[in-house]
Design a protein around this ligand. Structure first.
Ligand code: MTE
Ligand code: MO
Length: 551
């Protein structure tokens, strides 16, 4: 009875029959994934190699170009939702989304191959055309950028075509009526393939898996090459940074030795990064230009060598993001080297009636900055260095704006390429039509760094940082639970444009739950507001409170 059923089943349901007449099962899908992986792998490897060989001026990753185009096409509400939901992990989530999408598309292309090889190849090429369109519409596009994707597609299409064909020619497993027990010694094809090119199904699938793995390795290698290529590009700039006519030293009295407290200068590698760019644009300093346009007597175009030849200064400026929440980390302080914007604007000659400068990035981002903060005596800089090093790519290499007193979204344009002198009633920065205020002066803020959760009973050092850029900090006060406000000790304030560190000795922390609250007073004597507000539209406000368990 059992043996009858077993012998009958394959013949009755017929999978072997179907497999020999047309390639069903997981095979076609695997072939699709292999073709997809090798397409992307070859494209990424080639792009990375070009970037490496051309020293940071080669082509960008096709994958990232597709991601970038996707971000550009995403509606605002979806983008806002993604940022709100995933925070700074939004790019990781997008990356995972892209990989999953590609995987599904590749599976479908493979399955389509069961019906028609031509159709599968056509769809692969169609998807390739979409990728090419994404590459071609990137802001920094150069025709060479198309080559890696084209080559990848050619290889991928060949792999798809050949493997689907071989899969079709390969007999699946046992032939109809062949029982499992007899497979080994009655499988003539298995013996034959050892001597003749007629493929076995297993052989084809093995090849597909191998090719797929090679494709993934290609992506990894391509990304690694691109990274070293970009680093090589940075070395170009390292050869030439300006010697500032005025340099700043951070006095020891501004530095803290309290473990866990904010460091006065934020190392470049730890500096928060916020921008709309999926990947930081690679700007070739050799081709970089800064243009001054709009309401000026005379338009100006400046290249890297000309910019370096100007009179640069150093300044300590704390940069803050309007999206920073109370107690949040989207704020950092650096020593910037740059040429004062006011000197460039004076050279161009600003015309009567202008009240805004719209700065533009190579990637299309814009910021609208009030003209007056760029022309008064503050250190609004066309910055080329950050903490003594060329700007890191993610922070605007080779040139960005830094303006003391304003949130980054209305002032700190990275990968700067144009300053358009204009009017607020004629132009607006990137974020303004997206629901953020046209003006973004930094609100006075203070933060408790330590303790954050727990503290031992007895004396406890409470420490943190406060900022009110270009107004300075004159007082910081700390309160335990609903007690009285005590004045914290302020560390030195080398400039009103940077944050100020503070400490306070909590002399008698008692076991139990406590709330510590901090508030600052700015240099004009105005107390930080206790009115809580969310980041949108013009910056969060409210006092920072931490809940501490004392043991
Ligand atoms: N080109 C470009 N510049 C930009 C942005 C951007 O999206 N694109 N974001 C701005 C915002 S919102 C902030 S807070 C600062 C952050 O600078 P950072 O990434 O160097 O910290 O950059 C500003 N400059
Ligand atoms: Mo920001």
């Amino acid at each position: 009875m059992t043996s009858t059923t077993e012998a009958a089943r394959p013949a009755a349901t017929g999978p072997p029959e179907r497999a020999t007449s047309s390639p069903g099962g997981p095979g076609p899908a695997l072939v699709g994934v292999a073709a997809g992986a090798v397409t992307v792998g070859v494209a990424e490897l080639l792009a990375g190699a070009l970037l490496r060989v051309l020293g940071g001026q080669g082509t960008p990753s096709p994958l990232l170009a597709v991601g970038g185009a996707f971000v550009d096409l995403t509606p605002h509400w979806l983008k806002d939702w993604a940022v709100a939901t995933f925070g700074t992990a939004d790019k990781l989530v997008l990356g995972i989304g892209i990989v999953v999408t590609l995987l599904v598309l590749a599976l479908l292309v493979g399955r389509l191959g069961v019906v028609s090889r031509t159709a599968a190849a056509a769809v692969l090429l169609l998807l390739g055309a979409v990728a090419l369109a994404a590459v071609a519409t990137r802001p920094s596009f150069a025709p060479l950028d198309l080559v890696p994707t084209l080559v990848g597609l050619a290889v991928g299409a060949c792999v798809l075509w050949v493997l689907l064909g071989r899969l079709r020619a390969a007999p699946a497993a046992p032939r109809p009526g062949v029982g499992a027990g007899r497979e080994r010694h009655t499988h003539p094809e298995a013996v034959r393939t050892d001597h003749r090119p007629a493929p076995t199904r297993r052989g084809v699938l093995g090849a597909a898996a191998g090719i797929g793995v090679l494709g993934v390795l290609g992506v990894v290698a391509g990304q690694a090459l691109a990274r070293t290529g970009r680093a090589a590009g940075d070395a170009v700039a390292r050869l030439g940074l300006p010697t500032p006519r005025r340099s700043v030293k951070v006095p020891a009295e501004a530095l803290s030795d309290v473990p866990g407290q904010t460091t006065f200068l934020t190392p470049n590698a730890d500096f928060y990064r916020i921008d709309t760019a999926l990947f930081a644009p690679r700007v070739d300093v050799g081709r970089w230009r800064l243009r001054v346009t709009g309401m000026v007597d005379q338009e100006i175009e400046l290249d890297w060598a000309e910019l370096l030849a100007q009179d640069h200064v150093e300044a300590l400026v704390t940069l803050a993001c309007v999206s920073n929440t109370v107690g949040g980390e989207l704020v950092g302080n650096a020593r910037w080297t740059g040429w004062p914007v006011r000197e460039l604007l004076a050279r161009a000659g600003v015309q009567e009636g202008a009240d805004m400068v719209l700065s533009r990035s190579v990637d299309g981002f814009t910021a609208g900055t009030p003209l007056e903060v760029l022309t008064d005596d503050r250190d609004a800089l066309i910055a080329v260095a950050m903490n003594g090093e060329p700007l890191p790519v993610e922070h605007g290499y080779p040139v960005r704006l830094v303006v003391p007193g304003l949130y980054g979204y209305v002032s700190a344009t990275k990968w700067l390429t144009e300053l358009k002198v204009t009017r607020f009633d004629a132009d607006e920065g990137y974020w303004t039509p997206r629901g953020w205020a046209a003006l973004g002066p930094v609100k006075t803020a203070s933060r408790i760094d330590v303790p954050r959760r727990e503290a031992p009973a007895g004396p406890v050092t409470v420490a943190g940082v406060a900022w009110a850029q270009h107004r300075g900090i004159s007082k910081v006060e700390v309160r335990v639970d609903d007690g009285v406000w005590s004045e914290a000790t302020l560390l030195a304030e080398p400039t009103v444009d940077a944050w100020r560190l503070w400490t306070w000795e909590w002399s008698d922390a008692e076991a139990g739950q406590h709330e510590l609250t901090v508030r600052a007073t700015d240099g004009t004597g105005e107390l930080q507001t206790d009115r809580t507000a969310p980041p949108a539209p013009d910056g969060a406000s409210g006092w920072h409170t931490v809940r501490v368990t004392v043991r």
